[in-house]
Structure formats: C-alpha cells, structure tokens
Design a protein around this ligand. Sequence first.
Ligand code: MG
Length: 337
Amino acid sequence: MELTYQPFELQLKHTFTIAKFSRTSTPVMLLQIAHEGYIGYGEASMVPYMGETYESANEFLSKVDAKQFKYPFDFEAIIYYLDSLAPGNPAIKAGIDIALHDLDGKLKQQPCWQLLGSKPELMPVTSFTIGIDTLDIMRQKVLEAADYKIIKVKLGRDNDKELIQAIRSVTNVPLYVDANQGWTDLEKSLDLTWWLLEQGVVLIEQPMLKTDIDSNAWLTERSPLPIIADEAVQRFADVEKALDVYHGINIKLMKSAGMYEATKMLKKARELNMKVMIGCMTETSCAALAGAALAPQCDWADLDGPFLTSNNPFKLPEFVDGKWVLGNGSGLGLELL
Ligand code: MG
C-alpha cells in the first residue's frame, strides 16, 4: 500500500468564534492510500485548539510504514499500531483510518455506511452552527441558513440570553446550544437550562470546564435538557468516565482517531444507556461523509463542516431536507471535483 498526503488550508466562509477562540481557516491534511488500483481518501482537520499542526502531522506521517496495512484490514490492530508510533495526534490518525475505511469499501464494492451497519433511513437532521458575532450579523446568518432544520448556537459568554433572543426573532427551528466550557456559575447555569428549554433548545453541549467533573455532574443531575460532553470525551477510554457526569457524548472522528474507534465509542455509550451526538470540525466532504456513515446510529448529527468552508476540494454530497443522503457508491461515496 502506498500512502501520500498534501497539506490543504481549508478556508472558512465566516470568521469562526467560539467561547475562547477565533479563526478564518483550518489546516487540513488530505491523504490517499493506494492499493490494487483503488485509492482510499482520508482527511485530518487540525483545528488549532486541539494542538495538531502541519508540522506534527508531517512528523507523525514520517513514522508511518504503509506496508503495515494489510488487506483485509484489522482496524483494531491498525489503531494499536498508530498509537504505538506516538500518543495523541488523533486527527492525523483519523485521516489514515478514514482513508483505510474508504479503501476497504472500494475493495469490497460496498458503501462504508453499509459495512458499519447503518440504516440510511434513520439519518438524523444535521444542525448548522452559527458562530458568535454581532447580533445583526447573527440574525443575518440565521436568515441565510433557511435550508437547515436545526441551528446550533455557540454560547458561553456574558450575553447568552441576548444571542438566543436575537436568533429566536428570525427563526422557530429547534436549537442546539454549545457553551464550549464557558459557563461557570452553577445556579445561574441551571436557571439558564430552564430558560433555554422554554426557548425551544433541545440539548446543551459542554457547559462547564471539561476538568470540572463535579459541576458538570451537578448540572446534568438537575437539567431539564440533555447535557452532552464534547471537550471532555475524546477517545474510547473517555466514554466510561462520562457516565453520570453527562447524559451523552459528542463523538467526533478528529477526536476519536477515526471511524473504527468512533464505532466502538458508539457501542459503548449505548451499553451505558447514554445519548450520542456525532459532530465534526470544519471539514471537507471527505470527513463529513465518514461521519455521516455513522450518523444513522446516533441520536443527533452536527455534521455541517463542509457548509462552513469556501474551498472544499470535493463535490458536496447530496443534502435533502436538512439531512445528508447516503448513496450507494463504494467506500465513503466521495466524488472528486
Ligand atoms: Mg462542541
């Protein structure tokens, strides 16, 4: 097997601001793994707050010996091998894992979603994220987002109610709220959850600092809305730790080191009776389709990455009634432009 890769600066349509950071592009590594005339495509989206860079990705990839990838693939052995090369680096590991899943589907002439046991008719609606901005621009962004059936709002600053009211003045669609660890006061947060319930909010992501287990657990016990772990849960080993601290987890391929471990996390969460959201970073169609392949097994999908970017190098997959459409193409079903 032959592994090749290129850095790709993925441009954002709008400057993206969450509780603690702001940026205009995302460094991405695009990967290809070739075998017997087929090419599997993968993507590592390295959002700055996760700590991976072109430099760390190049360093990791220089250690990877693609001859270790033998078909039929043993994905458990592959992730074990990748973890043995260096700890951390979940996005670049995900890039390799996604390319191998795409290749696996192509070699088997089957879509990845089918190999993973997903039912396309159960595809949940994908939410569309509105970044923090002035109230006027946020209202404008919501009006431009009329194709999406659920809006996700980044909260965690001092004007959370004002932001929600601004959005509610222009849309009635259900809302997801992501505080990105920005809430600090317990009683105020609990009052806010009840207020958000009245505003048609469906769930709340990562209210408090990921390290503050007691506060997140306190809020989860009392909140009328599901509280979902995002920053607090990255890989498989974190799922069990989220039990009794959160109602559910947000699985992202760039945190979980790819599709194989994401599938394991999903199964584990179900065993523990936890809710599951599948999320994304700012990504091209490649990683979005990898997430979409698993989305029908999740309660909620937040796979809007390709919509937030302006130079996606792949064709945008079919999107109907607020949902990604899983096609019958082999592998991820990714189409080149
Ligand atoms: Mg989040």
